[in-house]
Design a protein around this ligand. Structure first.
Ligand SMILES: NC(=O)c1ccc[n+]([C@@H]2O[C@H](COP(=O)([O-])OP(=O)(O)OC[C@H]3O[C@@H](n4cnc5c(N)ncnc54)[C@H](OP(=O)(O)O)[C@@H]3O)[C@@H](O)[C@H]2O)c1
Length: 315
C-alpha cells in the first residue's frame, strides 16, 4: 500500500513522541512533512535530512488540504492532557482527527496512522479518554487504511512524566501523591516510534488497534519511588486518600502548567495496563523501564533534565 519511500504528513511531530517518530521515519528513508502551529517548536527536527517543517493552522481545512496533497500517508500525534482556553479535548482529539480524515480522503492520502491512548472509550471515566475514544471512532470509520495505537504512559529522555517526579523529588522533602495505587505499564518512546514506522509499510496492520505497554506493571507510588531513587533524591512517598487526592488536584489544576487535574485523577480510576503482551506484529521486545530511565534520571543528567522541564513550561 505505502511506497517503500513514503511521503508522510505528520501532525504533532514537534512533540515528545513526534521527535522519535520523525527520526525513525527519516532513518527508514521516508520524506516527512511536519505541520506545526509554531515552527520554532520543531526546530530540533530541521537538522534531520528529508524533513520539512511547515507552519500553519491544522484546524484550517484549506491548510490541511494543501499539506496533504501529494502525500502517501498521514500520522496524527496531536494530543493534550489538560484543556486550556481554546485547546479543548473536543477540538484536539475529535475535531482535528475528523479534519485530517477529510483532508486525506479529498487528497488521495490512503494511509493514516493515529495516536490514541490506552483506555480510550466513549464511556471512559475521564473527559480526556472519552475524547480520545471519539477520535478513534472518527478514524476507524473513515474508510481510510487506518491503524490506531493506544499506548500506556510513554517514557523517554524528554518525557514529562518521570522527569516531573524527578523535579518534585529535588524540590520537596516528602512526595504527597494523588492516585498512588493507580497502575501503569509504561512503554519506551522509541518502541512506540518503531511501531509507527513498521506499521507504515505493513498492510497487515490496516484496520487494527494496538495497545502498547512495556514489560512490567507498576503502581504510581512504585514509579515515583523508583524515580526519586534513580535521580539521587530518596524521598518518602505519602499516598493521599481519595478526598485529599481530589483536593490536591483542585489546587494543582489552577497552577501554571496544570501538573495534575481532576480529569487526570478520573483517568487513573481505570488501570492503565495491557491485557496482552506487546503486539508480536512489530517484532519488538519492549525495553525495561529501569534500564532506560535510570540513565536519563541519574544525577549527572540533572542539568539537561532541567532544560527539558523549562522548555515544556515555556510553551
Ligand atoms: N506522552 C504520553 O505518555 C502519552 C501516552 C499515551 C498517549 N499519548 C498520545 O501521544 C501523542 C503525542 O504525545 P506527546 O507526549 O508527544 O505530546 P506533546 O509532546 O505535548 O506533543 C503534542 C503535539 O501536539 C500538538 N498540539 C498540542 N496541543 C495542540 C492543540 N491544542 N491543537 C493542535 N495541536 C496541538 C503540538 O504540535 P505543535 O505545537 O507543533 O503544533 C505537539 O507537537 C498525543 O496524542 C498523546 O495523547 C501520549
Amino acid at each position: 500500500m505505502t511506497a517503500a519511500r513514503a511521503r508522510v504528513l505528520v501532525l504533532g511531530g514537534s512533540g515528545f513522541v513526534g521527535r522519535y517518530v520523525v527520526a525513525q521515519l527519516v532513518a527508514a528513508g521516508h520524506f516527512v512533512s511536519v505541520l506545526t502551529r509554531r515552527r520554532a517548536r520543531a526546530r530540533h527536527l530541521l537538522l534531520l535530512p528529508t524533513v520539512q517543517v511547515v507552519e500553519g493552522d491544522p484546524y484550517d481545512a484549506a491548510t490541511l488540504a494543501r499539506h496533504a496533497r501529494g502525500m502517501t500517508a498521514a500520522i496524527n500525534l496531536v494530543g493534550i492532557l489538560h484543556e486550556h482556553r481554546r485547546a479543548t479535548f473536543a477540538r484536539a482529539h475529535v475535531e482535528l482527527p475528523r479534519l485530517l480524515v477529510n483532508a486525506c480522503r479529498n487528497n488521495g492520502v490512503a494511509r493514516l496512522l493515529h495516536m490514541s491512548a490506552l483506555g480510550a472509550r466513549v464511556d471512559a471515566p475521564s473527559a480526556y479518554l472519552r475524547s480520545k475514544g471519539e477520535g478513534e471512532m472518527a478514524v476507524a470509520g473513515s474508510g481510510l487504511a487506518a491503524t490506531i495505537f493506544r499506548p500506556s504512559v510513554i517514557y523517554g529522555r524528554e518525557d514529562r512524566f518521570l522527569n516531573l517526579f524527578a523535579q518534585l523529588a529535588r524540590w520537596l522533602p516528602v512526595l504527597p501523591l494523588a492516585g498512588a495505587n493507580a497502575r501503569f505499564q509504561p512503554v519506551w518512546v522509541a518502541d512506540v516510534a518503531t511501531c509507527f514506522t513498521r506499521a507504515l509499510g505493513d498492510n497487515e496492520t490496516i484496520g487494527a488497534r494496538y495497545d502498547l505497554c512495556g514489560p512490567a506493571v507498576y503502581t504510581l507510588a512504585e514509579l515515583v519511588r523508583f524515580v526519586a531513587a534513580a535521580s539521587g533524591n530518596l524521598r518518602p512517598v505519602l499516598a493521599l486518600g481519595p478526598g485529599l487526592s481530589s483536593m490536591q488536584a483542585r489546587v494543582m489544576e489552577r497552577l501554571p502548567g496544570s501538573l495534575l487535574t481532576r480529569d487526570n485523577l478520573a483517568s487513573m480510576q481505570v488501570d492503565n495496563v495491557c491485557d496482552a503482551g506487546f503486539p508480536a506484529r512489530f517484532g519488538i521486545e519492549p525495553a525495561r523501564l529501569e534500564a532506560i530511565a535510570s540513565e536519563y534520571l541519574a544525577p549527572r543528567a540533572q542539568h539537561s533534565r532541567f532544560d527539558v522541564f523549562r522548555a515544556h513550561s515555556g510553551r
